[in-house]
Design a protein around this ligand. Sequence first.
Ligand code: NAP
Length: 279
Amino acid sequence: MILDGKGLSERRLALLKEEIGEKGITPTLATVLVGDDPASALYVRMKHRACEQVGIQSVNVQLPSETTTQEVLDRLKMLNADPDIDGILVQLPLPAQIDTHQVINAIVPEKDVDGYHPVNMGRLVGGLPGPRSCTPKGVMTILKEYGIQITGAHAVVIGRSVDVGRPMALLLMLADATVTICHSKTKNLPSITRQADILISAAGRADMVTADMVKPGATVIDVGTNHVNGKLRGDVDFEAVKAIAGAITPVPGGVGPMTIASLMENTMEAAIRRCNPAQ
Ligand code: NAP
């Protein structure tokens, strides 16, 4: 089974558009883009396009490459205080002179639609409600919508980054999977991945997951986005692995569109909280 993240994201966005119309609120997302990295600019444009599609207002704060940490913090202070802004997303990675931790910590947790703020990470660890990181949230939506059994499954996550691997592992654990986290120092990776009922790769290494690393019938989720000779490749050797997996996400058209759908959902949830502060 091909897990069609693109189609699923279109359905989620259509539902969200309906909900926005019914509730009669207009959520607003502010993106902050520092510098002129073409990939980051493309991601920001895609997010604004999705906003337009569902009826979320969006504004972009474009800052030059030489911006200092303090200048970003000053902008965030204004966005935090602006009652018309529901969600704030700082496009990562930031230029090297900027302290990313300080920047993420400076977004008020209620507007942190990426779920990266330590308060929101703490809520995730504690199993409390709060905005979840968009990519892991999108993966969970794929698994749930396609009826993949998570309870009791052995889920193996390749990657332990703060934005993807770590929250991914926590969400799977909270959904009652038995989780193993692998990383670059893991010994004999294939012997671990072969035990996975659900294998999630977020390593950023093109075609690293080969067919001999996958248990027959497993669900394989490819988070990787790697640019190879001008083409987008996942972490998974798709053609070989799809012959052995029970279900698999393609790249492109798998996790990527679901990340954007999750961002839209998080922005809507932030707007609902603003309208009903008791919730
Ligand atoms: P990252 O910060 O570079 O983290 C990569 C993780 O993979 C690290 O934990 C690293 O281990 C581990 N790793 C690297 N090589 C490995 C190997 N050979 N064997 C086992 N583990 C290995 O990257 P990220 O931000 O998590 O992103 C991961 C990938 O997902 C990238 O391709 C990124 O572009 C993609 N991504 C896609 C979306 C989407 O929407 N589709 C969103 C976000 C990210 P160490 O910790 O030991 O270094």
